[in-house]
Design a protein around this ligand. Structure first.
Ligand code: MLT
Length: 410
């Protein structure tokens, strides 16, 4: 028999979201007819905006003509989309990028999961805790960790705790690390970072020859001024960071799939013989070998997010979700919960009442009022005692969930 990659056996149970779905499925099977409100996984619920649908339709029709048909496209993405990304997402921030510094892909989950492949197996990795589980699990799969301990942490990984005690701001690693995953606005805590703190991270990375893997998938939800939208707003960041962006939450592409990574040419790694190696070129090699590009209609749809009508429609959807976030934040805190996030991010992070464990609170909410959220401990040990509610639900469901949670006493 073929021997398996034993690193997979180190993984804890199932991936967080399928695990939640499994529990919800069990509940619905034994309680048929009971309406369950899902504010767990951050999956959008509004339909795709009309400008995007229209662009997708036109592009599909074009593909059905002999003059408009396209086979394989450029693996890195069509220039019509990359141009729009640079012009709309980066130029207004004073950031100059060239087309070959952007790699269009089918999602930030894949990108943040795959990126570790181009780094050494013995790279030291730092993650915030709680954290988007993909960063951890993919490094476990690659063999960069030992087993997980009783504290729920994998040996070999450096965890940077983010709790209310430190304002959800991680301290710098106490030991030298090679790669640091940062996500702002943060999933799951919904909190943000200041420009001055981000500058300190860039300086830290420079001093320690580390690379920051900056996940900015929720950038479009920033509502306050002076919150950095891109790590490249910080001087010197191009030498130490790459950035992940996605159309998933921004424009409702969770089922449509389109994202991109920005890898500046200034960013280098080092080979074992001490030579500098361009991370951009390394990723280009990986991307063109393992990926054949996002389909033409989907890239046309993504480009339509930057048209005048597309921009407005996308913004309207974001405002809708952020109004949901406000309803959850205010409604839940009126009921005495300690609440964080939800101002510059579509996630509300709350402290469980009476020090309940995150999964106990999950079960209580599911069984008593049929509201599904995400247990904080599923994002890492420092998430224990916290719970995440997503603002991506339908308005009426969000209002109902808040009012039902308000009926509970613990
Ligand atoms: C989440 O709920 O954290 C996200 O939806 C997960 C994802 O984007 O893969």
């Amino acid at each position: 028999m073929a021997e398996i990659n034993e690193n997979y056996l180190k993984l804890k149970a199932g991936y967080l979201f399928p695990e939640i779905s499994k529990r919800v499925k069990l509940f619905t099977e034994s309680n048929p007819g009971k309406k369950v409100i899902r504010l767990g996984i951050g999956d959008v619920t509004l339909p795709l905006p009309p400008s995007i649908v229209n662009a997708m339709k036109l592009a599909s029709e074009e593909m059905g003509t002999s003059s408009g048909f396209k086979g394989y496209g450029p693996e890195q993405g069509y220039s019509f989309l990359i141009e729009e990304i640079i012009k709309n997402d980066y130029k207004p921030l004073g950031i100059t990028l060239s087309q070959d510094e952007i790699f269009v892909s089918d999602g930030s989950k894949c990108d943040t999961g795959n990126i570790q492949e181009i780094f050494a197996v013995d790279s030291k990795i730092a993650v915030t805790d709680p954290v988007y589980p993909v960063y951890v699990d993919t490094n476990v799969m690659a063999g960069r960790t030992g087993e997980s301990g009783v504290d729920g942490r994998y040996s070999g990984l450096v965890y940077l705790s983010c709790t209310k005690e430190n304002g959800f701001q991680p301290d710098f690693p106490k030991e030298k690390v090679d790669l640091i995953y940062l996500c702002y606005p943060n999933n799951p805590t919904g909190t943000t970072i200041t420009k001055s703190r981000l500058k300190e991270w860039v300086d830290y990375a420079k001093k320690n020859n580390s690379i920051i893997l900056y996940d900015a998938a929720y950038e479009a939800f920033i509502s306050e001024p002076n919150v950095p939208r891109s790590i490249f707003e910080i001087d010197g960041a191009k030498e130490v960071a790459m950035e992940f962006r996605s159309f998933s939450k921004t424009a409702g592409f969770t089922g449509t799939r389109c994202a991109f990574i920005v890898i500046p040419k200034e960013l280098n790694g080092i080979s074992s013989n001490g030579e500098k190696v361009s991370i951009n070129q390394l990723w280009n090699r990986r991307h063109t070998t393992k990926f054949n590009g996002v389909s033409y209609p989907i890239q046309k749809a993504a480009a339509a997010c930057y048209s005048d009508s597309g921009k407005k429609e996308v913004r309207d959807n974001i405002l809708y979700y952020m109004e949901n976030a406000k309803i959850i934040r205010e409604g839940i805190s009126k009921n005495g919960y300690e609440v964080y996030g939800g101002v510059n991010a579509p996630y509300i992070w709350l402290k469980t009442p009476k020090s309940m464990t995150s999964w106990d609170f999950f079960d209580a909410l599911l069984n008593k009022v049929q509201v599904v959220g995400t247990p904080g401990s599923g994002f890492g040990p420092s998430g224990e005692g916290y719970f995440r509610l997503s603002a991506f639900g339908k308005r009426e469901d969000v209002i109902e969930a808040v009012s039902k949670i308000g009926t509970l006493s613990f």
